[in-house]
Design a protein around this ligand. Structure first.
Ligand SMILES: [Ca+2]
Ligand SMILES: [Ca+2]
Length: 109
């Protein structure tokens, strides 16, 4: 999965070598991406949340009913891997208990 995006200021947790990758933006204007990285597979579904409660949203991917969540805007191994719900569920993300950490929910119509 390819991500590309913009940041208003550099972050210390950014990779030193930028790999073409996903979509992030902190600014509302066009132009070249300031941050790019690869994460997940082309067939994964994307989820976004603050998984560790540090105030920064980061990406995760859903593969069937297994979620691979990253706490940094880099590629590599997931920080959290969990299986939840059914592969046919629609995932919803939220801070359900207001503790600052986003977690998963599913919608099953
Ligand atoms: Ca976070
Ligand atoms: Ca929470």
């Amino acid at each position: 999965m390819y991500f590309t995006g913009k940041r208003e200021s550099p972050s210390s947790n950014l990779p030193t070598s930028i790999i073409p990758g996903a979509i992030q933006t902190n600014v509302f204007r066009g132009g070249n991406a300031e941050h790019q990285y690869n994460y997940g597979r082309a067939t994964d579904s994307l989820v976004v949340g603050d998984w560790n409660g540090d105030g920064n949203d980061t990406l995760g991917v859903c593969r069937g009913n297994t979620y691979h969540l990253k706490n940094t805007t880099t590629g590599g191994w997931a920080d959290i891997v969990m299986t939840y719900g059914k592969s046919t569920d629609q995932v919803v993300i939220g801070d359900w208990d207001n503790n600052g950490t986003d977690t998963l929910g599913v919608y099953r119509p």
